[in-house]
Design a binder for this molecule. Sequence first.
Ligand SMILES: C[S@@+](CC[C@H](N)C(=O)[O-])C[C@H]1O[C@@H](n2cnc3c(N)ncnc32)[C@H](O)[C@@H]1O
Length: 428
Amino acid sequence: MSEQAGREAVRAHYEELPYPARDPEDERRRLVQDSLSEFALVDHLFWGGRRLDAGGLRVLDAGCGTGDAAISLAEQLRGRGAEIVALDLSAASLTVAAARARVRGLAGIEFAAGGIEDLPSLGLGEFDYIVLPGVLHHLTSPEQGLRRLAGALVPDGGLGIRVYGRYGRAGVSQLREMLRILAPPGESTAARLSAARRLLGRLRPEHPARAYAGEWERELRENGGPDGSAALADLFLHPLERSYTVPELYARLGDAGLRLTAFDAPAAYEPSSYGVPDAEHLAPAERHALAELLNGRMEHHRLFAQRASASSPPRARADDESAVPAWSRHDPEGERDRLLAAGADLAAGAGGLSRPLRPSALGLEILRRIDGRRPLGAILDGIGAAAGTEARGRARREWERLHRELGGSGDLVLNPSPDPEWRPAPPG
Ligand SMILES: C[S@@+](CC[C@H](N)C(=O)[O-])C[C@H]1O[C@@H](n2cnc3c(N)ncnc32)[C@H](O)[C@@H]1O
């Protein structure tokens, strides 16, 4: 398939079945969230938590689809004067995204029809943060796409990327191949969707693809629309997709002059999380590759990247009492506060890697005081004032454990003490 034909096939696919299927009216009852669009996490990773207050943010949702990331980021940045651009090839998808923004009363999103490949000629300017969820693996030339995106970043800007994982995607790849034989792309979408439904219903219980059935069912329910078709087509009938191993991701980022900043859930990419502690001497790229193999079934990778030449923001050590702990995940419904107030389990991590975490009584005291403004020392002082010096010492040790666990799952970040002199890097 030529580049132009590939891109046209992808556009036509999403013109017919915008993905994810979203009813704008649902905006009245919930906000769809994903770790790539958690601004507190993004701010921490690229700017040490100091960027939001500096103002003037520009964000691009590249391949926005029906707008999940653009809407989530616009909500979190509401009233902050941020400019958000949502770009997609599919006019039908942009229409849904714009309707969602209207229901929420979000006026500051610019919707742009076009391709990532066209960025240099679209005149959209440079961005502090570009989010690219579920898009890179559908580009006819991901290499060129990444270079274009890297070129649209300000010098200290960041990218958030979600791509299919090779090993976790193996079952889906087999089903895609079966369907290509059974119901080739020349047939109508309705006929191909029926073939996909029949095939899923008949897959023998021992088939390795069955291991992922729970994931597909969730995908169809949450993102497929009333009859699941949008997700079924996105999963099994897509005209153009590839998947990545960790070493391939490293290589593609390097080719585009980028480097990996972090995975969204760092602990999932550490061999020690899979009971293999003797890998600590390895370079990060090797540890991450090994962890992917140890996990064996990562269906997606969510990662953050920045220009290879960008300087790293200041980092705080876990024992720095002037540093400021912050929750990474926006909590518009106050769900986390409710769980903390009730002393209930927290869900640490997101998506398939989420697991329950029951904080100790002292842990709860610490977590309840985290507001993204109060330094660690003030949190510990608060506990000391209520329960004595000895409790303060124990709380400090408990904090180190929480920082390891909730930092590793991507739920909690520790930002260095705010610096009143700090300004974002000038465009250059
Ligand atoms: C799987 S959907 C993901 C949508 C959205 N990012 C999300 O995570 O919900 C992929 C989207 O990328 C868009 N897309 C694919 N290739 C593109 C390109 N070359 N330029 C811009 N958008 C593209 C498609 O139109 C589609 O809406």
